[in-house]
Design a protein around this ligand. Sequence first.
Ligand SMILES: [Zn+2]
Ligand SMILES: [Zn+2]
Ligand SMILES: [Zn+2]
Length: 469
Amino acid sequence: MARVKIKTNNNKDPRRKFALLNILSSNDIYPTNIIIVQDGFVIISSDEEQEKIFQDSTKQELLQNDFTLITPPELKAKRTVIAFNINSHIYSNSEDDMINELYAHNTWLDNNIDTIFKFPNSKTIKITFTQAIYAQKAIDHGLKLFSMKIPHYQIQQEKFYQIQTCYRCYEIEDHLTKHCPKNQDYKVCPECAEEGHTWKHCNKEGKKCINCGENHRTLSMRCCLRKDGIKKKREEEKNRGTYSEITKMNANPINITTPTPLITREEHLKIYSCVMNAHFMNVSDPGCYEKELNTLLADNNLPPIKISKTPNSSKLLAMIVDVEKHAGKDIGEASASADSTYQQETTNNNTKQQQETARKKKKEKGTKKLDSEDIDLEIYTKESKGWPENITLGQLIKGIEEGNYKFTNRESTLEPHEVLGLMKKGDMILGECLKVIDDSIFRKIRSGQTQERSPPSRQPQRLRKKDLK
Ligand SMILES: [Zn+2]
Ligand SMILES: [Zn+2]
Ligand SMILES: [Zn+2]
C-alpha cells in the first residue's frame, strides 16, 4: 500500500473531497482510503496506482484544480538518475540548456524531464524525470546532448535509503511498527509531537518532531536524525566489501587518496604493488604467485603470507580492467574527492563494481557458455515489425541471416560470424538481449558492428578474449 499526500485549500469542504476523488477515478485511480489532514488529503492506494497518480496528465489535471501532489522520496528516487563523471563540454552548460539539448537529441524523452540539478564542481548531474520508465531508459541506453553522449554506464539510479520508522511511536531505526513496545492505546502525533491524538486528528498549527524536537514534521527529511541515518547507511554501503573487492577498488587510483586507518598510505601502496606484480608474474609463469608475492613482500619489509590456492591471474586482471573501464574514472578526479556529492558518486560507483563482480563470480561458477551480457550482445528488430510473442533459436538465426534482425556486440573482439557461430551451436546464453529499435536506426546497423567502441587497448582485449575461450 502506498500513501500519497495531496495539498489543497478548503479541504474541510466535502465538495473538495468529491472533486479530488472524481479526478482520480476519471484517471482510473481508485483509492482504498482518503484521509483529511491539516493542509490537504492523504490517499491510500496500491503501488501501481501510486505510479499512475504521478503521471503527467493526472498531475496536471490535479494542479489545475488546486491539488498539489507531494512526491514521496522513494518514488522520486525511482524517477531520478545520477550521471557522473560527465564531460566538461556537457557539464559547463546551464541546466536549462541541458534540458533543451536532451529534448532535441533524445526524442523519446518527449518533454518528460522534471528537473536537472548540477552538483557544483563535481561533473555530476541529477536528472529527475516525470516517470520511472524514462529514468530506466536513460540508465539502459545513455543520453545524447551537445553532440556528445553520456554512456549508460555513467548513469545510475538515485539511491533511496529507507529509514526504518515505527508508525506508532515514530522511533527510527529501532523496531518495526508491529513490534512496537508501547501500549495498545498509545497515541502520539507525528505532526505536533503531542501525545493523546494521531496525525489524522491533529489541529495544531506548528510542527514539531518527536525524535529531535525541532520545528518540522517527525517524518520530514529535514530531520537531522534522519539525515544522519542516511549518511550512516551510505557509509556502510561504501565500506562493505570483501578483500578481493577492496583490492579491485584500489586498482582505481582515486581510492588510494582515501586514508586507511590500519596501515599507512605508503604501506597500502606497497602491498597493492606487490600483489599486482605477483599477479603479472603469475600470468607469464602460472603457479608462481605465492613465491613471487612473498619475495616481493620480503624485499619491502612486509610480513609473508600463505596462499593455499594459486589464483587465476589472467582472469582477475581481465576483470579489473573491465571494471575500471566501466567505472570510466581518471586520476584528475581525485582533487574533487573532498566534495560530499562526489563521495556519493564514488559510493554508487563502487556498488556498481561490486554488483558487477558478484555477477561475474556467479557466472564463473555456473556454465561455461558465453552470456550475451559478457559481450553486450543486443539483437534488434525494427519498431514497425516488433518481436513475435515466441521465437525459437532457429527462427532468430534465420532472421539474422536474412537481415530481418540485426545485432551488435560492443564489448568483445568477437567477429560477427563467431557470434553467430556461438548462437548456432547453442553456446550463447541469450538473456535479455532482444531489443526493439527505431526503423531509421535499424537501417544504419550492420550486424556485428560494434557501435561506440572505445579506443583499442590491446592488452585487456586480448586477455578478455582468452578468458572467453
Ligand atoms: Zn514504536
Ligand atoms: Zn498533533
Ligand atoms: Zn527531527
